[in-house]
Design a protein around this ligand. Structure first.
Ligand code: PLP
Length: 398
């Protein structure tokens, strides 16, 4: 199908990756089947050679099943549409996508500045692997001033995430990108929160965007997936080569599930965002609430940046409560509609009791006395969720 350039992303997401018509019958299913393969067969040696030449030029040319055939290509196209990128590369998890992005651009001896609001396991990657490869990492607030203060002659990458993990700190992406480019640095950003739909960091100047498709793209808490997107041909080439060299690969079934999930991304995000605002209103009315972290909430410190840079929101929010540790744990344990679990972006509500040690490294967190609860607001009826939160607060404070 030829895509009209003027159609909206919502429309594109319904028409990307549908099955082609059978040339003989002129018929097709709507959904592309999951094309599972390890071996790619060729009609003759000429066809194989053409594929190998395309691959050598860095094109998406398949000689072997690892990078995947039609289903994978369709999902890559989905991510390109979402992020406004030239190419997308798939990894078997969001964290895998982060390692792909970093390994594509870093050499030993390089220095990386990581925004301290980034997804926690990035620190574990640093501690266990990057340090062993003599890659030097520093953490600081995701602001131009903080990053400028830590710049070294060996700095090569700014690794950021906006809004950040746990407290959803909005970063000024255009300012960070300008600063980075003045100093010849590459900006890698984790766009799992935005899923390429409500926030498009490549349009705002970032060089590489990483998305955990595990979250809102998949949308049903049933698959692990990551993707790395870029536009610059040199970067694309480096990611392409690293992706191949390192053997990143996902199953056709997971690609299929992600394509199926993304059809409803727009309406799921909108509903989750509407529900989350209702939950913010509820918390704002409660005496236990010290602060609400949700950039679409007017009192959030990042609200102005959110208004400027985002086109929507999602179901993620955190709330600082004036409960001691035991009471905040009682609150979490008393919830009946919120699953206690990591991850988010599915259809269901989740709660995480945020370990104070995880917040310790966030410069944005300045109120250590309170307990922080992170919620993922799902697609349940919001009044039911509010009733559940209210009864759990009553038990916590009883
Ligand atoms: C969950 C998450 C990841 C990692 O994704 P996985 O698929 O679970 O590996 C990366 N970044 C952010 C912001 C996340 O929330």
């Amino acid at each position: 199908m030829t895509q009209k350039p003027s159609v909206h992303l919502d429309t594109v997401l319904q028409h990307t990756g549908t099955a082609d018509f059978d040339p003989v019958t002129g018929a097709a299913p709507v959904a592309l089947p999951p094309v599972r393969t390890s071996t790619v067969r060729f009609k003759n040696l000429d066809a194989l050679q053409q594929a190998a030449e395309g691959k050598a030029r860095g094109e998406r040319s398949v000689t072997y099943g690892r990078i995947g055939m039609d289903t994978h290509a369709a999902l890559e196209q989905v991510f390109c549409e979402l992020e406004g990128s030239e190419r997308a590369f798939l990894a078997s998890s969001g964290l895998g996508a982060i390692t792909l992005a970093l390994f594509s651009v870093l050499n030993s001896g390089d220095h990386v500045l990581v925004a301290d609001c980034a997804y926690g396991p990035v620190r574990y990657l640093d501690k266990t692997v990057l340090s062993r490869m003599s890659i030097d990492v520093n953490y600081c607030r995701g602001t131009v001033e903080a990053m400028a203060a830590q710049l070294k002659p060996t700095t090569r990458v700014l690794y950021v995430e906006s809004p950040g993990s746990l407290l959803f700190e909005m970063l000024d992406m255009p300012a960070l990108a300008r600063f980075a480019h003045e100093h010849g640095l590459i900006v890698i950003t984790d766009n799992t929160w935005g899923a390429g739909y409500i926030y498009r960091p490549l349009d705002l100047g970032a060089d590489i965007s990483v998305v955990a498709g595990t979250k809102y793209v998949g949308g049903h808490s049933d698959l692990m997936l990551g993707a790395v997107m870029a536009n610059d041909p040199t970067l694309v080439r480096r990611i392409n080569d690293t992706h191949y060299a390192m053997g990143y690969s996902i199953s056709a079934d997971d690609a299929w599930l992600a394509i199926r999930g993304v059809r409803t991304l727009a309406i799921r995000l909108k509903q989750a965002a509407d529900n989350a605002l209702k939950i913010c209103e509820f918390f704002a009315s409660r005496p236990e609430t010290q602060r609400i972290f949700h950039p679409a909430w007017p009192d959030d410190a990042g609200h102005a940046l959110w208004l400027r840079d985002c086109t929507g929101s999602n179901g993620m929010l955190s709330v600082a409560l004036s409960l001691d540790e035991a009471a905040s744990r009682r609150f979490v344990d008393s919830l009946t509609l919120f699953g206690i679990g990591f991850s988010w972006g599915g259809f269901e509500s989740l709660v995480q009791w945020v370990d104070p040690s995880a917040l310790g490294g966030h410069g944005y967190w300045q109120d250590g006395a309170h307990s922080v609860i992170r919620l993922h607001i799902g697609l349940e009826n919001p009044q039911d969720l509010i009733d559940d939160l209210a009864q759990a607060l009553a038990r916590a404070t009883a």
